[in-house]
Design a binder for this molecule. Structure first.
Ligand SMILES: Cc1ncc(C[n+]2csc(CCOP(=O)(O)OP(=O)(O)O)c2C)c(N)n1
Length: 589
């Protein structure tokens, strides 16, 4: 065993009562409240696995590290606690990268623990070391999407670095932090009380009374104000404060993709989602607003119709007040009348309190107009909710899902019809039950993230609604669900295509080349239900539209992981907004 260099003072304590770092680290993670770690083994991390084996922390072993990262991300979204991922070096770390980047772009707190080559071999090119530019360089791969990357160069730094990692992942704008641990550090001796410090509780930044009163006065006096909610409102658990503010001042609420669920679907002030896949009433209300107070949002491209003032936001002349935990987000794309760096819950709480004794300008028949607008848009497809067509209409699939899953059940989408359709057309009544990959829009997120969601809430339904492309990207999620006994449902919307992209290509280039699943020129459909059965799970192939509702209910009652394969027609989701890419494509010879 090689000796680890430690400073003189810690060597003294070491001698008094040393204990192996991996076991102390595991105790520390327990103390921090870590309940579960998602990961995949390798020779660099089995020392930590042995410690986990003896602990109260559950280790969920996956078959691909991307699944671990998405599952930890799902767990973090469903609990508000940081997700923890364990990976081997090199290929393990790079496999997890997509999932970690996905979490980063949605501001989800993760701590990624990666094993690395032995520290005393740095520079000698040991097995699986990433070293083309610098010795033991793998942690650099995570730089663009982690709040901080740490390589533990001395065992004595391990406690400090883990305290920092958990602090940083959760504080300010949450996000992933990497802790890269040379494998000999896990096996090093540390003084028995080496892990002393825990991350400090943080008082979240709020609004001062004067600013709160000013914003409330502006909202009360505006003729056509809109509150615009982003994912920060959901992750900040601020939906009750948002509702209180909206109701006190009679202000309608629009939201981004990540903000879906900010008000229950039937709320009379709810406009819906904005942007390309939004709703006309949300886009129109925002475009004609004289004041928008946006909270916890990036005002990102998809939700802002590529920032084209003809479709969603016309700022100015609309006055924008933007409240966000991250100052970087304020003023990026729009001239902003007032930026406020504050936590969504603290800010909305302060605004709601200030609004409680303010009388707003009368808003006439605002609620009736919202209801009319929402019904008019739904009239474009509401007959499809009961369509007996087979392959099914996507709207019927959504309608059956909504009827079968209780309001507190989780709908975890992927990308494709599932995400866009649910965001636009699917009622969400309990905040936080809609979980979706927004910033990176990663195909393959949903089927894996649902595992972490179910683990967090074993007594609530958890369904991954996913396309056949996204589902077949990594079907080993079924093995993990079986091993970890997580009775989730994957409802596969099977259109034998990367349908969303096939639709775009067909619109602009008249073909589905490279986007359709075909064999010898014919549609190619895999039997995902049979595949589920091969894993020992339940698999149900839907053969008539009327069979889907009962199949979902049976799956919920079965308490076994279940794949339901629903053949569907490939039709595009309605797009009331604008996406600039449609002006980019040019067809040539
Ligand atoms: C990892 C990844 N690769 C590619 C894309 C681009 N992309 C966006 S939607 C989509 C198609 C998804 O197909 P499917 O899961 O079958 O759902 P559908 O569009 O048919 O509803 C693709 C390939 C992506 N978002 N993520």
């Amino acid at each position: 065993m090689h000796t680890i260099d430690t400073p003189a003072d810690s060597r003294q304590t070491d001698a008094a009562s040393p204990r192996i770092a991996a076991y102390q680290l595991t105790d520390y993670l327990e103390r921090l409240g870590v309940e579960v770690i998602f990961g995949l083994c390798g020779h660099t991390v089995i020392a930590l696995l042995d410690a986990l084996k003896q602990s109260r922390i559950r280790f969920v072993s996956v078959r691909h590290e991307q699944i671990a990262a998405h599952a930890a991300d799902g767990y973090a979204r469903a609990t508000g606690k940081p997700g923890v991922v364990l990976t081997h070096l090199g290929p393990g770390l790079t496999n997890a990268a997509t999932g970690v980047a996905n979490a980063a772009l949605d501001s989800i707190p993760l701590v990624v623990i990666a094993g690395d080559v032995q520290s005393y071999f740095h520079g000698r090119h040991p097995h699986q070391e990433v070293n083309l530019h610098q010795d033991a360089d793998q942690f650099q791969i995570y730089r663009p999407f982690c709040k901080r990357v740490y390589r533990v160069d001395r065992a004595a730094d391990l406690p400090r670095i883990f305290e920092r990692a958990f602090h940083l992942a959760q504080s300010g704008r949450p996000g992933p932090v990497l802790v890269d641990v040379p494998m000999d550090v896990f096996s090093a001796d540390l003084p028995a009380d080496a892990f002393q410090r825990t991350p400090p509780p943080i008082a979240r930044p709020s609004l001062d009374d004067e600013t709160a009163a000013r914003i409330v006065a502006e909202l009360a006096e505006a003729e056509r104000p809109v509150l615009y909610a982003g994912g920060g409102v959901l992750s900040g658990r601020a939906t009750a404060d948002l509702a209180a503010l909206a109701e006190a001042l009679d202000v309608p609420v629009a939201h981004s993709l990540m903000g879906k669920g900010c008000l229950p679907d039937g709320h009379p002030l709810l406009l819906g989602q904005t942007g390309f896949w939004g709703t006309p009433i949300a886009n129109d209300s925002c475009r004609h607003a004289d004041l928008i107070v946006a909270v916890g949002t990036r005002l990102a491209e998809a939700n802002s119709s590529s920032w084209d003032e003809r479709f969603t936001f016309a700022i100015p002349p609309t006055r924008l007040i933007h409240i966000d935990a991250d100052a970087n987000e304020i003023g990026r794309n729009y001239q902003t009348a007032l930026g406020v760096v504050a936590d969504a819950r603290a800010a909305l709480g302060a605004l709601a309190a200030a609004a409680s004794h303010v009388r707003p300008r009368p808003r006439g028949s605002l609620r009736e107009a919202i209801g009319r607008g929402r019904r008019a848009f739904a009239a474009n497809w509401d007959r499809e909710w009961t369509s007996g067509q087979f392959p099914m209409r996507p709207e019927r699939i959504l309608a059956e899902l909504r009827r079968a899953v209780p309001d507190d059940g989780f709908i975890v989408t992927d990308v494709g019809w599932n995400k866009n359709g649910v965001a636009q057309q699917f009622p969400i009544n309990v905040p936080g039950t809609f979980i979706t990959p927004s910033g990176l829009a990663t195909m393959g997120f949903g089927p894996a993230a649902v595992l972490g969601v179910k683990l967090a809430w074993p007594n609530r339904a958890a369904v991954s609604l996913v396309g056949d492309g996204g589902f077949s990207a990594n079907p080993s999620v079924i093995a993990t669900a079986m091993e970890a006994d997580l009775p989730v449902i994957w409802l596969v919307m099977d259109n034998a295509a990367f349908g969303t992209i096939a639709g775009l290509e067909s619109m602009h280039y008249g073909s589905g080349f490279g986007c359709l699943f075909e064999r010898h020129g014919q549609p190619y459909r895999a039997d995902y239900a049979a595949m589920a059965r091969a894993f020992g799970a339940r698999g149900v192939a839907i053969e008539r539209a009327d069979d889907l509702g009962p199949a979902i209910r049976e799956a919920l009652a079965s308490n076994l992981p279940t794949v339901i394969q629903a053949p569907m027609e490939n039709v595009p989701t309605p797009t009331p907004g604008h996406w600039d890419i449609n002006d980019v494509y040019r067809r040539g010879a």
